[in-house]
Design a protein around this ligand. Structure first.
Ligand code: SF4
Length: 433
């Protein structure tokens, strides 16, 4: 049986001599209903400040808050432990935590990571997660190598253009793999294009209000021109190896559809020079007409992000300005009709996304819209922040588990792919219906 992990205020992690691991689904604390998997390469353990660990008493089966820990002669107030996962995995449960006793410092809002339940398994640290994509080209071991800085310096040689300078920061400071790929000249290369957004996602990676958690990326300041975007894209599409693709809509930017005219211009310039590789867009899907223009210009792949197929829960998370879920659904249809490869970036959260009603609504949407792929991405946010808006919103029903959500999505329509990474041209299944 997997045992409880806890940490001290220096971040040193211990396993409890007797308590077993508990997990969380929404507001429910549970005995672990599944076995954890060994901690994957590239995962990390994190101590959660202001949160007590919750375990299970093996004798009574009772959920137990660990308010005090003893290690050797030391006694201290322990911290709960969570894991953060590498790409390719989908979290199945949240860490089980209890608020620290009153009188201590209030629990700080946690930065944007997808906190995952962790435990001590038979072979060491373990996590409650599912491997949902086995492609290795996104593995952490293939990125942030000792050669990266030299490759960046070489490309920037005479200073490089605005796009390359932004990508250099993304590659070296925020360790963005898609930005690094531009310097490694392989696979999917990033093309950040927009400084503004028409949404205010609670978990936005590049823009957070004062008093909110620190944004994990700095938002792009000056949006590049069509010529600047095309120059970097042509270089990548003509010279890169592997799963060759360029993608607009990165973590360091706002919403690319707000710059549809410039992006359409860039795509035209790119396709005038090369037919090689794929041109992809990550978007919130807010403007179907703008997306239609990009598809007509030559965009061949689109990924639209979504946390729920319920309008109220969608709006509570995205806080959209001037659009809503109907426009997003229309954008799925536009991309499909234009023949683009259509992926859904499903932001998953145990206890909310896997509610029976949410699952039914998502499966229905995927089938109706003819989506080709669902990327199940654990939502990177302080669980309390998301639950605060998700309680009482969205489709109801008891949670069925993230594993069941994935299985139901896989059955939503023939040939649907559930995986975490965008598919290059050669990897896309021929459409059957
Ligand atoms: S749509 Fe993207 S850029 Fe806009 S607020 Fe949401 S996460 Fe941030």
């Amino acid at each position: 049986m997997a045992r409880l992990l806890f940490a001290d205020d220096r971040g040193v992690v211990y396993d409890h001599p007797s308590l077993l691991a508990a997990v969380r689904s929404g507001d429910a604390l549970l005995r672990a209903p599944e076995r954890p998997v060994p901690l994957p390469e590239g995962a990390a353990l994190a101590a959660l400040p202001g949160r007590l660990p919750v375990g299970v008493d093996p004798a009574s089966g009772a959920l137990t808050v660990l308010a005090e820990a003893r290690v050797g002669r030391r006694r201290f107030v322990p911290l709960a432990v969570a894991a953060t996962l590498p790409p390719g995995f989908t979290r199945t449960y949240l860490p089980a935590v209890a608020p620290a006793p009153p009188g201590g410092a209030p629990a700080p809002v946690l930065p944007q990571w997808a906190y995952t339940a962790a435990a001590l398994g038979p072979r060491g640290p373990a996590v409650f997660a599912l491997r949902t994509d086995r492609r290795r080209h996104w593995s952490p071991a293939a990125h942030s190598g000792p050669d990266l800085e030299g490759l960046v310096a070489e490309r920037l040689g005479d200073g490089g253009g605005a796009v390359l300078r932004q990508l250099a920061r993304c590659a070296l400071e925020w360790r963005c793999f898609t930005a690094q790929n531009v310097f490694y000249r392989r696979d999917e290369g990033a093309l950040p294009s927009s400084a503004a957004c028409n949404a205010a996602c609670l978990g936005c990676l590049s823009s957070q209000p004062a008093g909110g958690p620190p944004a994990s990326h700095e938002r792009l300041r000056r949006p590049p021109s069509a010529a600047e975007l095309a120059e970097v894209a042509i270089e990548h599409l003509t010279r890169a190896r592997g799963r060759v693709m360029v993608s607009f809509g990165q973590g360091c930017e706002g919403e690319p559809l707000l710059r549809a005219a410039e992006i359409a211009d860039a795509i035209g310039r790119i396709r005038a020079r090369t037919r090689r590789g794929s041109i992809h867009l990550n978007t919130n899907g807010s403007d179907p007409a703008a997306l239609d223009a990009l598809c007509r210009a030559g965009l061949d792949s689109v990924r639209i992000s979504l946390n729920s197929a319920a309008p109220d829960l969608y709006a509570a998370y995205y806080r959209p300005r001037g659009y809503g879920l109907p426009e997003v659904v229309r954008s799925l249809g536009v991309a499909r009709r234009r023949g683009a490869y259509v992926a859904l970036n499903l932001l998953t959260f145990p206890g909310v996304t896997d509610r029976a009603g949410e699952v039914a609504a998502l499966v229905g949407l995927v089938a109706r819209a003819g989506v080709d792929q669902v990327q199940t991405r654990p939502l990177a946010i302080d669980p309390e922040s998301y639950l605060r808006v998700a309680r009482g919103r969205g489709a109801g029903g008891a949670p069925v588990g993230i594993r069941r959500l994935v299985a139901e999505l896989r059955g939503a329509r023939p040939g649907l792919v559930v995986g975490n990474f965008s598919r290059a041209r050669g990897e896309r299944a021929r459409r059957r219906s």
